[in-house]
Design a protein around this ligand. Structure first.
Ligand code: SF4
Ligand code: SF4
Length: 202
């Protein structure tokens, strides 16, 4: 979520909740030591090539699967997944979401609600331009590492709480270890679990 590269949509996705916590996390979202990876949306790589965005900082396993080795800079491709981080759509209508493990990303869930609403619009627009891409994104994201069900969803245009059953339905299997401590964090803070920060409602 570093604010230097450029997405093909010219939306960097940076939010103040992220900026003010970057001194804690050490940009953990831009490090790839736990098997995590970046998904390029269907068609995104091809548009990045057309727009001549540099991709040397990324290592691609395929046009949709990459990791990053150095911070992106002006003129570099910043994948849309990076701009959506720590959220990612988790259902066909982009009304349910995954959220990164809060032992990596310290942003409280409730501070991500506006971002969820924005990603909903962005994901549906992408689906309209690239039919079938949401289904493909859902399938590929089952292999994401270190994401939890986001406890809010969109219903009738509003953010409401997910039920326990709904959250179980979108849960992934590649979780970080129970005793995981992010080595990128610059400070040791208590109260952060996979699914919550100390600032979230209990
Ligand atoms: S880990 Fe979270 S808080 Fe830190 S830079 Fe990434 S998105 Fe921002
Ligand atoms: S491209 Fe790399 S440095 Fe830029 S936001 Fe994504 S992971 Fe971070």
């Amino acid at each position: 979520m570093i604010n230097t590269g450029e997405t093909i949509l010219n939306e960097d996705g940076v939010l103040s909740s992220c900026t003010k916590r970057q001194g804690i996390c050490g940009y953990a979202c831009c490090k790839f030591s736990v098997g995590n990876w970046i998904m390029l949306l269907p068609g995104e790589y091809e548009v990045a090539v057309q727009k001549n965005l540099k991709r040397d900082h990324l290592h691609f396993e395929s046009n949709q699967h990459a990791i990053c080795s150095t911070p992106c800079q002006t003129g570099d491709l910043k994948p849309i997944d990076c701009s959506w981080y720590p959220l990612f759509p988790a259902n066909q209508n982009a009304t349910q979401f995954l959220v990164a493990d809060h032992r990596k990303c310290p942003i409280p869930n409730h501070e991500l609600i506006d971002k969820m609403l924005a990603i909903h619009i962005s994901a549906l627009a992408w689906e309209q331009q690239h039919p079938g891409s949401l289904e493909q994104m859902l399938t590929l994201s089952r292999d994401f590492v270190g994401y939890m069900p986001f406890p809010y969803k969109i219903f009738n245009g509003q953010a409401i709480k997910m039920t326990t059953e709904e959250m179980q339905c979108i849960a992934l299997t590649n979780n970080l270890p129970v005793d995981y401590i992010c080595k990128d964090w610059t400070v040791t803070l208590s109260g952060y679990s996979a699914s919550q920060t100390p600032d979230d409602e209990k």
